[in-house]
Design a protein around this ligand. Structure first.
Ligand code: E4P
Length: 217
């Protein structure tokens, strides 16, 4: 299971990279805006900076919503760095763009996926990753993790190579539920990843070891 961090914050990306378990980064226009990055040149520079920190795939989202615009942007983004994966929304023009970019060996991440049918079309088009947004489904009392389970089942049944990238993860338990559902990748905020380390018995046990060691000095 791959671990991606879902942020455009360079400090958090560095901290996750330093853990030694980071496989990639996902960003989106909202995450870039949160960091105050705007304008094509600055955005492209930021993607390059992220690629310099990590060694895995870095998702960079297109802004266009028509086929021509998406492939033009996608080809430009892919030229920025070999680690760039072009992130494309699961709309009609997006599916065409994924098919086109895949045929040019450009990695794609099909985003804003909320149903197994959308995921099926993304895989048929040859997407490298498909990103079901589980937190946003949970927000409307739909079962996000169940969607991951369904997509994983369908992909395994037909042998699709598209990787299921569980996105819109809100907390640590989401990560474990996605692991249980067979997600190939999770993308999560840093605090959700670090939450995996937390256990009161670890804290208590470590304190006891240190107390006993110091008493023996
Ligand atoms: C993933 O690629 C998206 O950028 C992200 O996970 C969306 O998460 P949100 O629902 O917390 O905005």
């Amino acid at each position: 299971m791959k671990f991606f961090i879902d942020t455009a914050n360079l400090e958090q990306i560095k901290e996750a990279q330093a853990l030694g378990v980071l496989d990639g980064v996902t960003t989106n226009p909202s995450l870039m805006a949160k960091e105050g990055i705007s304008g094509e040149a600055n955005i492209n520079e930021h993607y390059r900076a992220i690629c310099e920190i990590v060694s895995g795939d870095v998702s960079a989202e297109v802004i266009s919503q028509d086929f021509e615009g998406m492939i033009k942007e996608g080809e430009k983004l892919a030229k920025l760095h070999h680690q760039i994966t072009v992130k494309i929304p699961v709309i009609k023009e997006g599916i065409k763009a994924i098919k086109y970019l895949s045929s040019k060996n450009i990695k794609t991440n099909c985003t804003l996926v909320f149903s197994p049918g959308q995921a099926l079309l993304a895989a048929k088009a040859g997407a490298t990753y498909v990103s079901p947004f589980i937190g946003r489904l949970d927000d409307i009392t739909s079962d996000g993790v169940e969607l991951i389970r369904n997509i994983v089942k369908i992909y395994h049944f037909y042998g699709f190579e598209t990787q299921v990238l569980a996105a819109s993860i809100r907390h640590t338990q989401h990560i474990m539920h996605c692991a249980d559902a067979g997600a190939d990748v999770i993308t999560a905020p840093l605090n959700a990843i670090l939450g995996l380390l937390k256990h009161p018995l670890t804290t208590i046990g470590l304190e006891k070891f240190m107390d006993d060691h110091n008493r023996n000095l």
